[in-house]
Design a protein around this ligand. Sequence first.
Ligand code: 3US
Length: 348
Amino acid sequence: MALDLRLHSPAGAEPVVYTWPLTSGHGSDKHDGALEIVETIRWVCDDLPEMKAALENNILCDYDTHSYDSMRALCDRFNRAIDSVVALEKGTSLPAQRLNKYPSRGLLKHILQQTYNQAVSDPDKLNQYEPFSPEVYGETSYELVCQMIDQIDITADDVFVDLGSGVGQVVLQMAAATPCRVCLGVEKAEVPSKYAESMDGHFRMWMRWYGKKFGEYKLIKGDFLLDEHREKINAATIVFVNNFAFGPHVDHQLKERFADLKDGAKIVSSKSFCPLNFRITDRNLSDIGTIMHVSEMSPLKGSVSWTGKPVSYYLHIIDRTKLERYFQRLKNPKLKVSKRGTHNGCEE
Ligand SMILES: CC(=O)NCCCCNc1ncnc2c1ncn2[C@@H]1O[C@H](CN(CCCNC(=O)Nc2ccc(C(C)(C)C)cc2)C(C)C)[C@@H](O)[C@H]1O
């Protein structure tokens, strides 16, 4: 029978089975797959302190990713250790406490990488010219989205939508890293949508295998501008849209949909939907800028765009009181702009 390598689950789920030689997702050379096994063992040991004791002399320093026997021996020792830890916990109340927590950021990044490696068999079929191409998700977008999560407070009442979600990595990350009630991704193209289905299946398998928690999410095939998706956008309280390469038509259509968002809703984008210095006048009353505050978010340390300048992101917060205050000022002339040309001390 084919040579395989098995890893027992630290959460009592089905073991994961790799077939040797490891035709890992890409980076063609087979020991990418073997490295994924070693990394997975490292992450389980990082998550399970009692594993240190259960593992004989640190097995993670002498293995040969080119040799089946060496990798087999590594997996067997890991599995014996896991079996003993899981057996030990059977009698105690430990499993409940340890299990069903969110994964650490490091572990989630590894889970998204191994999910991608297995789900996307031929990455060349994805148009790699996209900014943040799925192939290099781990290098830039993952940290960027972590930074977004730290900069906007997210609660269990939030509904997240990624407009143009590709193979779904941002949606999976948000579902496993934030308390959002639900996370949605909408993707129109055939190939990424197909891969997103596979990402969905592998992600659920790995999260079960590690015993980790994540919120409800859906990866939807469709064009987010179609009417059938309008209320998905309206109901959202956090919208991510990597709109850097969108044309004026899509941008205009999106602004029309954003006009229906609730006050307090946040839109994070790679190109701003209104000028940073937007001021309401009687000539721009129909612009989206009249109902939102926009600010530039600090770019990720060290991440630069292809032009070498640091990439920036924009946070828009829907706030219709901004427009109400404008009309107040019209009605009560004393609130008018004072002689000095400054407003009465507060931003519009
Ligand atoms: C009626 C009409 O006019 N239709 C024309 C089409 C209108 C556009 N409608 C679209 N609908 C659905 N999916 C469509 C449509 N436009 C194009 N995409 C898809 O977006 C995907 C590309 N995605 C990236 C995929 C991965 N997801 C991310 O990178 N997400 C993300 C979001 C925000 C950020 C921050 C917060 C930093 C700003 C970072 C990352 C972006 C660049 C838009 C591609 O797979 C496209 O197929």
